[in-house]
Write a protein that binds this ligand. Sequence first.
Ligand SMILES: [Zn+2]
Length: 169
Amino acid sequence: MKKANEIEKALILLKPYAEKFTPKQDINYFDYYKDKDGVLISADYYGGENYCEDCVGKAKEELSKRENLPKDFAEFVPMVESSPEKEGFCYCEICGEIIEAGYLPNEQTIYYWLNQHDWELDLKKDHKHCYMLYIVLECYRYYNQDDSLYIDIKKYKKLADKVIKAFNL
Ligand SMILES: [Zn+2]
């Protein structure tokens, strides 16, 4: 475990700030509409986008304004994803906020953080970024080299170094 020390250190630094951020809670999507008799009809060609609990009403309104809705269309019915897991973070299509979901590690997210230029972040004030970094870094605990989701520990260490530096600014 010696190798992982700086990652644990970064996690300890991030945790109190990460806990101050509350992501949106529900991943809503529209895969169904109700017809005029109240029957649920699959319409997953409208789906694919995620909306948080605060924006789902607006999303429903917008979708209902579309042309070429089926003749028997009455209204769209939002569904909430249960136990969602996503590669990377899940964002609301309308407000852009993070919606809570099981996070599966992916290289692009780490790549983004390692290469994003704006490391002048004041992490103590930026609870959302602390939350994201915490979740990304925490993954190193759960996946080993035999796992398809494993990411080279060196990348986590590099990212942890950046976090520790940012806290010492
Ligand atoms: Zn939203």
